[in-house]
Design a protein around this ligand. Structure first.
Ligand SMILES: [Zn+2]
Length: 333
């Protein structure tokens, strides 16, 4: 595929229709989806149709609700960091207000959100499904550490997965190398190469979690936290390979119906996650999915955590990364 055409066609700066039905619904109807979806295999398709079609976007009732953060900007949840974290000097009030509305209402849809060009929708679904098959085949624990090269190998070797096609690999690369500032993510690039991997000897498996931590600073920090906060604290996500982050991000993009801005407000794009270099997520035993919501900041465990001078979180309220408040995400200093 022509790389330049791919690059130029990757983003759509507007709300667009994805065939009139939400992607996450269609990913669950695998067979009809793959049969009917048109797959971009040739740059000529892009050349013939250089302007993505901007059809009207159909919102669900939930989304119509979420698009109106009408109750005004919610009060920020308590932050471990000082308010000086947010530097507003170069931004006017309107720009600051717009930015804050977005990250405080991270799951809402905003008019200037950036979408994946709908012509890549089929590739997004196909690629994500293949990655899901890899994860199911090798297990969730192993998938946390899977390198790009091993991902390719598994695809080739196991017919249940199937080899990654050239288009899927181009797509993965494009997601990895695209500048996420385009869609509103401002965190720094952590891994430059898609083939960067986590050596098995560098990690320790954390029992009863299915997750791993980098030995040394990261593992020590987790053990300190457990000692000081108590056994109710548990690792909910540890070190993640680039492949793992790619899969999470693509799945999030599907959930967000192709809205890359909305996806990246809740999850760092691949190559930009500090989970690759030692950050980790913690939660409260039995708190379930609420461990990944602002509700975690209302737990006793979080209260104890916030009193520990050596603990810091990566994404406090109103951070400059373009990411929602994540009280569960522990920053490795
Ligand atoms: Zn995290």
């Amino acid at each position: 595929m022509n790389k330049r055409a791919f690059l130029e066609g990757f983003f759509t700066a507007s709300a667009v229709a994805f065939g009139g039905q939400f992607m996450w619904q269609r990913i669950n109807q695998q067979t009809p989806l793959l049969k009917t979806a048109s797959i971009v295999t040739d740059a000529s398709i892009l050349a013939e149709n250089p302007t993505p079609s901007l059809e009207s976007f159909r919102f669900t009732a939930i989304e119509i609700d979420s698009i109106q953060p009408a109750k005004g900007i919610p009060t920020p949840a308590p932050s471990l960091d000082s308010p000086s974290n947010f530097v507003t000097a170069q931004l006017d009030d309107v720009a600051v207000e717009k930015y804050l509305r977005k990250i405080r209402n991270f799951d809402a849809i905003f008019a200037n959100d950036i979408y994946l060009d709908p012509r890549y929708e089929a590739l997004l679904l196909k690629t994500t499904q293949r990655l899901t098959r890899v994860e199911n085949y090798i297990g969730h624990g192993n998938f946390n550490l899977l390198s790009f090269d091993d991902m390719l190998k598994h695809g080739r070797n196991f017919s249940k997965i199937g080899a990654f096609t050239a288009d899927e690999l181009n797509f993965i690369e494009e997601v990895f190398f695209a500048n996420p500032n385009r869609y509103g993510f401002f965190g720094k690039k952590i891994s430059q190469e898609i083939t960067d991997f986590i050596p098995k000897n560098d990690v320790a498996k954390i029992s009863n979690t299915g997750h791993y931590l980098l030995r040394g600073e990261s593992l020590n920090l987790y053990q300190h936290i457990k000692n000081d906060v108590g056994e109710e604290v548990i690792l909910t996500s540890g070190v993640r390979s680039i492949v793992k982050q790619i899969h999470l991000f693509l799945a999030k993009a599907i959930e967000a119906n192709g809205n890359l801005s909305r996806a990246s407000r809740s999850l760092a794009p691949p190559g930009h996650s500090y989970h690759g270099v030692g950050d980790f997520d913690i939660g409260k035993v039995g708190f379930g999915a609420r461990n990944f919501t602002a509700d975690f900041s209302t737990t006793d465990e979080y209260a104890k955590l916030s009193r520990l001078a050596y603990v810091d979180i990566r994404y406090p309220t109103d951070n400059l990364f373009g990411v929602r408040f994540e009280p569960w995400h522990i920053k490795l200093s």
